[in-house]
Write a protein that binds this ligand. Structure first.
Ligand code: XMP
Length: 513
């Protein structure tokens, strides 16, 4: 799946947190989009044959030392370019306009006055709200350009040279606080770039099915299912492409949520008719985890054993040469650009064993999470799987503080099921990034009936987040918290207290270990 099949708009990343958002918005307009580093040469860019290029926002000022630039030869490629915020300032600077520190930056909602509809503002009101976040101002558009909009602080808040196909906007059309932003992007995509809106779910599926068939041929592939969205959708896509040439391996570690193992088997084996090897490995995991209390040691133990069990099971599949993985586009961007600080050693279920020689099949490599979910829906996967909240590879193992035992897993599974059920009933599932229970390694005194109790507390963790890099504790309604507390204490033997975690990330992490 690539620009060979779809008109592609490349987003040049100048280091803004907005680059991914721009690419997502472009795709929402049904035009395929990818992110490229600003160090790309004009020649490399041209080789990708893009329908258009968007320069993202970036650092505060184009004037600071070392501020990122782009190969100026890109302006002569004849490919339409839209600069956003820093990107617009860069265009102004490189093409002979003026960017000045006027001492009047703008942050937040700002009134924009459209002077001339031009290409970008076609059919829009002359006054509109836009979202600004800049320090320097474009005081003059480059020669030959027309200034199409201004604000109180920026004389050239939008400018264009339609003949040349170069456009700049100081504001952020990709954020929701610019109500006409998506329309502005669409004008650029459809009118300036002549891009065709062919990036739709059915064409994504069709193209990946073709690509998978071409890659795998008559070979055999295996896929580790974790119960999570990504591996589920990857498996369903590959299954659609190659049917029985795919065998899925589902390792039940005993550390999954209540009912999850059965659901995986039900969905993939019964409904989708996949070849599925169901490995019941809980005993092996509990045996390995006996006495292990250190969080990193625990993660490592689970990860290693998982790979061993997976290897044992997949070793029996004759001639399997391909391994399906649910790698997503944000993982690809991240591993390509910067090495994120290693806070926890994440292990991805179905991780590639080093000494196995597989060729990877990664059908979701170009997709954002929301696209993966829509592909899953289109492929007929059940809502509980498609909209499942993220779940760590090591499972409940990192939500039980201290030693992991079958008894503790049973307590946590029951409490967790109540949390999920109540969140679902309150219709908060899609507003909350993750909501779950944690079982700490402490006990406290309580009284139930006339009896003194000495039992475990359950900690409820519920967070809102965009991408799990940062998170805030969810402001759950008090009556919901109350229901959670009374149900957990009444229904889960061995629990006599419930606490709510009110720590944001940072400084906390989402998981407890
Ligand atoms: P933390 O706890 O670091 O978690 O704030 C961030 C997000 O990652 C999930 N998580 C994992 N996912 N393998 C995974 O695939 C792991 O080992 C792992 N550990 C944490 C966590 O649930 C949250 O969404």
């Amino acid at each position: 799946m690539s620009e060979q099949h779809f008109d592609t708009v490349l987003v040049v990343d100048f280091g803004a947190q907005y680059a991914q958002l721009i690419a997502r918005r472009v795709r929402e307009a049904h035009v395929y989009s990818e992110i490229v580093p600003h160090t790309i040469s004009a020649q490399e860019l041209a080789a990708r044959q893009p329908a258009g290029v968007i320069f993202s926002g970036g650092p505060k000022s184009v004037h600071v030392e070392g501020a990122p630039r782009i190969d100026p030869a890109v302006y002569d490629l004849g490919v339409p370019i839209l600069g956003i915020c820093y990107g617009a300032q860069l265009i102004a600077l490189q093409l002979g306009g003026e960017v000045a520190d006027t001492g009047r930056g703008e942050y937040g909602k700002t009134d924009l006055e459209v002077l001339n509809e031009g290409v970008l503002f076609g059919g829009q009101p002359a006054r509109q709200q836009v979202w600004m976040s800049h320090f320097d101002s474009i005081t003059q558009a480059p020669p030959g350009f027309e200034t199409t909009a201004m604000t109180a602080a920026v004389p050239a808040a939008a400018f264009e040279d339609a003949d040349r196909g170069v456009y700049g906007v100081q504001f952020h059309p990709e954020v929701v606080h610019t109500p006409h932003g998506q329309d502005i992007l669409k004008h650029f995509l459809y009118d300036a770039c002549d891009a065709l809106p062919t990036w739709t779910m059915s064409s994504i599926i069709e193209t990946s099915v073709e690509a998978i068939r071409e890659q795998v041929g008559s070979g055999r592939a295996i896929c580790g299912l974790s119960g999570g969205v990504d591996s589920a959708v990857a498996a369903a896509l590959v299954h659609k492409a190659i049917g029985h040439q795919l065998t899925c391996v589902f390792v039940d570690t005993g550390l999954m949520r209540q009912g999850e193992g059965d659901q995986v088997v039900e969905t993939f084996q019964r409904h989708q008719g996949m070849e599925l090897i169901h490995v019941r490995a809980a005993d092996r995991f509990f045996e390995r985890l006996a006495g292990v209390t250190d969080p990193e040691e625990k993660r490592k133990a689970i990860g290693e054993l998982f790979i061993r069990v997976f290897e044992d099971a997949s070793g029996g599949i004759e001639d399997a040469r391909f391994l399906v993985q649910g790698t997503l586009y944000p993982d690809v961007i991240e591993s390509g650009t910067s090495e994120a600080a290693r806070i926890k050693s994440h292990h991805n279920v179905g991780g590639l064993p080093e000494d196995m020689e597989f060729e990877l099949v990664e059908p979701l490599r170009n997709l954002f999470k929301d696209e993966v979910r829509r592909v899953g829906e289109e492929l007929g996967l059940p809502e509980e799987i498609v909209w499942r909240q993220p779940f760590p590879g090591p499972g409940l193992g990192v939500r039980i503080i201290g030693e992991v035992t079958p008894e503790k897993v049973a307590i946590l599974q029951q409490a967790d099921a109540i949390v999920r059920e109540e969140i679902r009933k309150a219709d908060l599932e899609r507003d909350i990034w993750q909501a779950f229970a944690v079982l700490p390694d402490i006990r406290s005194v309580g009284v139930m009936g006339d009896e003194r109790t000495y039992a475990h507390p359950i900690i409820i963790r519920a967070v809102t987040s965009e991408d799990a890099m940062t998170a805030d504790w969810a402001r759950l309604p008090y009556d919901l918290l109350e229901r959670l507390s009374s149900r957990i204490i009444n229904e889960v033997p061995g629990v006599n207290r419930v606490a709510y975690d009110i720590t944001s990330k940072p400084p906390g992490t989402i998981e407890w270990e």
